[in-house]
Design a protein around this ligand. Structure first.
Ligand SMILES: Nc1ncnc2c1ncn2[C@@H]1O[C@H](COP(=O)(O)OP(=O)(O)OP(=O)(O)O)[C@@H](O)[C@H]1O
Ligand SMILES: [Mg+2]
Length: 271
């Protein structure tokens, strides 16, 4: 059972407009087993994220990270409480295709090619004008899948499927990007280059990003702020500001402050 009560951090200096500011108020969510036993996963979650802020969420398996992302995206209703994205409901934001969601499981459609899977969000809702959408070809290049446009998901490796999922999440140029352990299935070298690709991309279009990871170094490298969710019980989540200058590079990774922050995240994780 999680209790989160975190305000947007005070040192954030990004875009302060309300366009894609996230406000999460008093979210509670329980699941019930077939025999009616309650599993209270989120208990009074209060959460604010500034417009264009890059926030990572780390926490032990089963603490409710995916549940929280699903509620923020509007795919799952909370039992109580509400989410506002730029002042509007998640359902409204989703309808405008202003939320990109990269699921923990890539969830590609098996009978559609790489190109067709990436194009899917723009096809599903024609209210989104093509001008808002990115070229599928450009996205394929961006995630390093040139030459694989006509492949089907079963012909790809796990890491390649995740890259298709990333391209699909980016296809509508979302204001809010929800990423649930997006790089977990990638090898270390690809994972590293994807991190920098993501930072580069974020710096260009500045969506608000909520990035779930189990990797403390990854969380610190990417984020303005890292939120550490506790394992269970009524423990409060901790918010750790990452005051390292951008743009970040491989040089950042040898920085003393960077390594101190990783230690700080790890020790918050263990508490
Ligand atoms: N659809 C569901 N029905 C019942 N229980 C669920 C459902 N989805 C999640 N849970 C339970 O809710 C809790 C939190 O799950 P969730 O997937 O949000 O955790 P997580 O922090 O994302 O974990 P991980 O790091 O392993 O991905 C777990 O105890 C899980 O068993
Ligand atoms: Mg999860």
């Amino acid at each position: 059972m999680q209790k989160l009560d975190i305000k947007a951090h005070d040192i954030y200096t990004g875009d302060s407009s309300l366009k894609n500011r996230i406000e999460i108020s008093n979210i509670c969510k329980s699941y019930f087993s077939d025999d009616g036993v309650e599993n209270k996963v989120l208990n009074s979650v209060n959460f604010e994220i500034e417009s264009s802020e890059f926030v990572s969420i780390v926490g032990p398996s089963g603490c409710g990270k995916t549940t929280l992302l699903k509620i923020i995206s509007g795919l799952l209703d909370p039992d109580s409480g509400q989410v506002k994205i730029g002042g509007e409901s998640p359902a409204k934001s989703r309808k405008r295709k202003s939320i990109g969601y990269m699921f923990q499981d890539p969830a590609l459609i098996p009978w559609r090619t790489v190109h067709e899977n990436i194009k899917l969000p723009t096809e599903v809702n024609r209210q989104v004008g093509d001008a808002n959408c990115r070229e599928t070809k450009e996205l394929i290049s961006l995630v390093g899948l040139d030459g694989f446009a006509t492949y089907y998901p079963h012909q790809l490796s796990g890491g390649m499927r995740q890259r298709v999922s990333l391209a699909r999440a980016l296809s509508t140029n979302p204001d809010l990007l929800l990423m649930d352990e997006p790089f977990a299935a990638l090898d270390e070298i690809t994972r590293e280059s994807m991190r920098y690709e993501l930072l580069d991309l974020w710096s260009k279009t500045k969506p608000t990003v909520i990035f779930v990871t189990h990797n403390s170094a990854e969380a610190v490298l990417l984020s303005d702020r890292v939120i550490v969710m506790p394992e269970s019980g009524d423990g409060l989540a901790k918010s750790i500001s990452v005051s390292i200058a951008r743009p970040r590079s491989e040089k950042t990774e040898s920085d003393a402050v960077f390594n101190q922050l990783i230690k700080k995240v790890r020790s918050a994780y263990k508490c």
